[in-house]
Design a protein around this ligand. Sequence first.
Ligand SMILES: NC(=O)c1ccc[n+]([C@@H]2O[C@H](COP(=O)([O-])OP(=O)(O)OC[C@H]3O[C@@H](n4cnc5c(N)ncnc54)[C@H](O)[C@@H]3O)[C@@H](O)[C@H]2O)c1
Length: 452
Amino acid sequence: MNTPVTSSSLFTDLKSRIEARQARVGIIGMGYVGLPLALLYSEQKFPVTGFDIDRKKVDTLTSGGSYIFRISPEEIQSAKTSGFNATADYARIREMDAIVICVPTPLNEYHEPDLSFITNTAHAVAPHLRAGQIVILESTTYPGTTEEVLVPILEKENRGGLLASRKGAATEREFWVAFSPEREDPGNTAVARHDIPKVIGGLDPQASQIAGALYGSIFRRTVPVSSPAAAEMTKLLENIYRCVNIALVNELKLLCLRMDLNIWEIIDAAATKPFGFHPFYPGPGLGGHCIPVDPFYLSWKAKEFDFHTRFIELAGELNTAMPYHVIASTMGALNRHKKAINGSRILVLGIAYKKDIDDLRESPALTIIELLQKEGAEVSYHDPYFPFVGRGRKYDLQMTRASLDNLGQYDCVLIVTDHSDYDYKKIVNEAKLVVDSRNATRGITSDKIVHC
Ligand SMILES: NC(=O)c1ccc[n+]([C@@H]2O[C@H](COP(=O)([O-])OP(=O)(O)OC[C@H]3O[C@@H](n4cnc5c(N)ncnc54)[C@H](O)[C@@H]3O)[C@@H](O)[C@H]2O)c1
């Protein structure tokens, strides 16, 4: 005799499948967030399927390759032997027990949230949903997205009349929903991924418990909050805190330059205070998928509540001005060498958005290269992670990496990203002029160095 399917049997079944590492985990979006997450679940012996609409990524993973610098092909191959596989076929969503969405959340050209990747994913998942699955959104977004955008599409477009589990939902026809933000810090090797606590907000207590069990099997600590919106807001608070504090030190750097003070020396001294101070560092502008983008998700949403997020706007203004400051400093430095920027040969050193990573997204180096070219400079670049820069969302540079030989041929070497691999002493020795936007040349004394 068949036991009737009830909410509680679905719940206990999924929880015990998670505990036994038998729950099938489907991760949508095999990018910087989704792929490492898939590997974490695979290491813990969960059967994992990666979903991506980018066929090249699916093919690379299927053939045991990698397209992310810090993930070796050997890691993919070892995951494959434990059952990891990749697909572009959404029909396979039905086979999954847990579906984790890690798709991009950029801004559109008007600086407004572009949720199209989330909505496209929801449209694609919905027809294959079945009762007893959990859907978790990890993409950074404004508070309310999970409940106001994701859930309505999943509920409306599934084929079984299923509802997201809230208190009192039709029990045997439900799926669970949660939001759990990604907190990765690319390039940071000091904190292991599983040591980063995972914040979780379920749509109902069961969703929180299931998501907690799932993440609890790969992260040492989970942090439940009361709702998906609270988890969404937690992530934004973290990134806005960074964005505002970086803007503050960027502004103070500009003042210190005028006062002939070294902001880095001052930050290092302040950081010796054992309480109440956390160091942030100035730079040539914000980069990456998160800090320049996420705060504007909140300022957009805030308008719905007649609320203006002034700190976010001010920080955005200050941080956006930094590449222009770098150009002005480079012009000034060349001027002191009796050179106009127009016609000068400039080598931009480092184009990744931060050191030791292979990520170009929103990198200030791209803006700086474009601005230098607009001023008539002859620009080359070097970055160990990028042999070529083609077309991106906002730029089309089509440049090939220059060599580091014969740095004396350039009128100026402009340090934009302070990769650890560079021998800065040698660079300063060989270059005619070095403009340093990162304090990469700390400890080196030379008239050729201009800090900016
Ligand atoms: N990269 C980070 O360090 C980081 C850190 C914290 C949070 N986040 C957030 O995580 C989310 C993902 O970021 P990411 O850096 O991994 O992006 P990414 O661009 O590296 O990867 C996203 C992947 O999703 C795929 N994709 C897009 N639409 C799809 C669809 N409909 N179905 C299946 N696959 C689809 C893309 O092809 C791509 O491979 C974003 O919201 C981002 O803000 C990123």
